[in-house]
Design a protein around this ligand. Structure first.
Ligand code: UDP
Length: 315
């Protein structure tokens, strides 16, 4: 019998890549999405696949799935700062009520659950690089609080189901990830810079561009998630590429890669923007034997081709 996996946010950037991976592994995949930030285009190639089903549904509302479910991956959520500023209540609902519904469904079906947490649980981190045992520095009432606190609540709720109901749960803390199927207009720095470079517009660096991020190529993330799901480790695990760059360096890299004549222009730094971010991945190396295989430049070349096609389609 094929195993069945429910992937919430299955039409999103990460969710759709996870659908592909689990279909490849021979699973029956049920993707669930309310399409507020996800897109059917990301999963259109799967519609004729007999191992794939799509359910349009908001997982903040009760989730009904007939039949057996062996695994649940909870990846539904607005995930870029721009999106969760635009949809603060939905962001909080999907992280809290959505997680509750996923855990409830998994309990009912006897399924193992993996929830998508984030490096945002560390807030504007005072420990660098970030280890899983760092409790973080989050402003609950700032603009990013809706995402950060929903994800922190999500982790706490998941651990409660693990300890109280003895459920099999997994928590991945995802660091900035990129690749094909990101939205050009999601407001994140990588699609913003690539789009601006290709259109010959100035690259909008926020603040003085000295803040850092560490970018992971999506295939590496998917491999880490797969290994974590199959492991027996219930506590949070960082998955990310520790290769850290400043936003200024990153802008220069995008200009070189695209051969664009654009310049970097500076705009106001958003409130509570983390000054530094870099995963400590010792735990993932030790328990999952995982580390990134793609350098940032390899991943960027693949992603650039994707964005070029998207920009051409929109002209
Ligand atoms: N950023 C930027 N220009 C943009 C978008 C973002 O300089 O057009 C900066 C942002 O202030 C942050 C970093 O790039 O310091 C990464 O932002 P992003 O929205 O990609 O994700 P975050 O890591 O903040 O969640």
């Amino acid at each position: 019998m094929k195993k069945t996996i429910l992937i919430t946010g299955g039409a999103g950037f990460l969710g759709s890549h996870l659908c592909d991976r689990f279909i490849q592994e021979g699973y029956l995949v049920i993707a669930m999405d309310n399409l507020i930030t996800g897109s059917l285009e990301n999963i259109a190639h799967l519609f004729k696949n007999g191992q794939f089903e799509f359910h349009e549904h908001d997982v903040s509302k009760f989730i009904h799935v007939p039949g057996a479910v062996d695994y649940v991956l909870h990846f539904a959520s607005p995930a870029s700062p721009l999106d969760y500023l635009k949809m603060p209540i939905q962001t909080m609902k999907v992280g809290s009520l959505g997680t509750l519904n996923c855990l409830g469904l998994a309990k009912e079906k006897g399924a193992r659950v993996l929830i998508a947490s984030t490096s945002e649980v560390y807030g504007d981190p005072l420990v660098h690089p970030q280890t899983e045992d760092y409790w973080g520095n989050v402003n609950p009432v700032g603009p990013r609080g809706v995402y950060d606190e929903a994800k922190r609540f999500q982790e706490a709720l998941t651990m409660a189901y693990h300890t109280y109901h003895k459920m099999e749960t997994r928590i991945v803390r995802i660091f900035n990830t990129f690749g094909p199927r990101m939205r050009l207009d999601d407001g994140r720095v990588l699609p913003a810079f690539i789009g601006q470079a290709l259109r010959g517009e100035p690259l909008t660096a926020f603040g003085d561009g000295s803040q850092t991020r560490s970018f992971t190529y999506v295939d590496d993330l998917v491999e880490g998630i797969y290994r974590l799901l199959m492991s027996d480790y219930a506590y949070p695990v960082n998955i990310g590429n520790p290769d850290e760059v400043t936003i200024n360096e990153f802008g220069e890299e995008i200009l070189r890669l695209t051969g664009s004549a654009s310049k970097i222009s500076y705009q106001a730094l958003p409130q509570d923007d983390p000054k530094q971010r870099k995963p400590d991945i010792s735990l993932a190396k030790k328990i999952l034997n995982w580390q990134p295989q793609y350098s940032r430049s390899e991943g960027l070349k693949i992603t650039l081709e994707y964005f070029k096609t998207k920009i051409n389609q929109s002209i």
